[in-house]
Design a binder for this molecule. Structure first.
Ligand code: A2P
Length: 297
């Protein structure tokens, strides 16, 4: 299975990353150090995870050369106004202790006013192009190497890419797991040359137990002599996506880094099992944010 994918910039992005969403303070630094020791070079973070300073400290202490690392962060919803992008990016850079990111994503296709509690900025939500242009400027300034999007459905990707973009989105980071495999989005993205990144790939803390107990997963694990988590993580890479498993447990971090090619017949059985039930999303903040629409519709 591919250890890297090549982005439109020519940069090679490692196919397995350590995800640090919900990695608690006091735990995330050790998780990053364990991951780097196990061979990971790709850390997927975000400003809103509120752990970038601890991640940065761990990177510094691990002394892996910066050019060997792949660091992703994300622009939070309150900072979509073009004048707010660079200051909050600078905050991320300073917390991580670096002068550039490898990849910077628009975290959600939802813009809030800078001040206030999730006050919708309708104009910048309906039209993310002004925000995107600012991200393009950050590429030209050398502060980020690649730019992309997250949680965009097909309609929202098309809404953005209908503009005369200088740089196309390099990736779209979305929820992908056994319970929400999104085959249509995956196929459409492949046809349109847009790489997907799978967050909550194991089903997140809410559903990881159920995922690892799926009969097809256990059967493949048994046949290949690998763990159920390795089956799922390998399945993602074999589907052609980047995979971002989160763990703060050393043994699991090590386990999750090893991917294995699944024989085609078994892969197809697992794919069919994933697509056989009504899809269930683990992550949808539309109601929590009191949006007047569902972000995925
Ligand atoms: P923990 O971080 O306590 O080790 P996802 O990547 O889909 O968001 O899932 C993250 C959840 O899955 C966390 O609860 C994490 O627990 C757990 N997890 C991660 N890797 C493994 C593994 N190899 N085996 C079992 N559980 C795992």
């Amino acid at each position: 299975l591919p250890s890297h994918y090549t982005l439109p910039s020519g940069d090679k992005i490692p196919s397995v990353a350590l995800g640090v969403w919900q990695a608690a303070p006091g735990e995330v630094g050790n998780a990053v150090k364990t991951a780097l020791g196990a061979g990971y070079r790709h850390i997927d973070g975000a400003w809103i995870y509120r752990n970038e300073a601890e991640v940065g400290q761990a990177l510094k202490e691990s002394s892996v050369p910066r050019e060997d690392l792949w660091l992703t962060s994300k622009l939070w919803n309150n900072y979509h106004a073009p004048e707010d992008v660079e200051p909050i990016l600078d905050d991320t850079l300073s917390k991580l202790g670096t002068d550039y990111l490898d990849l910077y994503l628009i975290h959600w296709p939802v813009a809030f006013k800078k001040e206030g509690n999730n006050v919708l900025d309708k104009a910048l939500t309906d039209d993310p192009y002004p925000t995107w242009k600012k991200l393009e400027e950050m590429v030209d300034k050398g502060k980020v190497k690649n730019i992309g999007i997250s949680n965009f459905n097909i309609r929202r990707v098309q809404n953005l890419t209908a503009n005369p973009l200088k740089y196309k989105p390099a990736v779209n980071q979305v929820e992908l797991n056994f319970w929400n495999p999104q085959p249509d989005l995956l196929e459409w993205s492949k046809e349109n040359g847009l790489l997907l990144e799978a967050y909550s790939p194991l089903g997140s803390n809410k559903q990881v137990g159920e995922t690892l107990a799926v009969p097809e997963v256990k059967d493949i694990a048994c046949k290949l002599g690998i763990t159920p988590a390795q089956v799922i993580i390998s399945w993602h890479v074999q589907r052609g996506t980047i995979v971002l498993p989160k763990s703060v447990t050393a043994s699991r971090i090590v386990e999750n880094y090893d991917v294995f090619e699944i024989p085609q017949d078994l892969f197809e059985k697992l794919e069919a099992a994933a697509n056989a039930h009504t899809p269930q999303r683990v992550v949808n903040p539309s109601k929590g944010w009191k949006l007047p629409f569902d972000v995925f519709e």
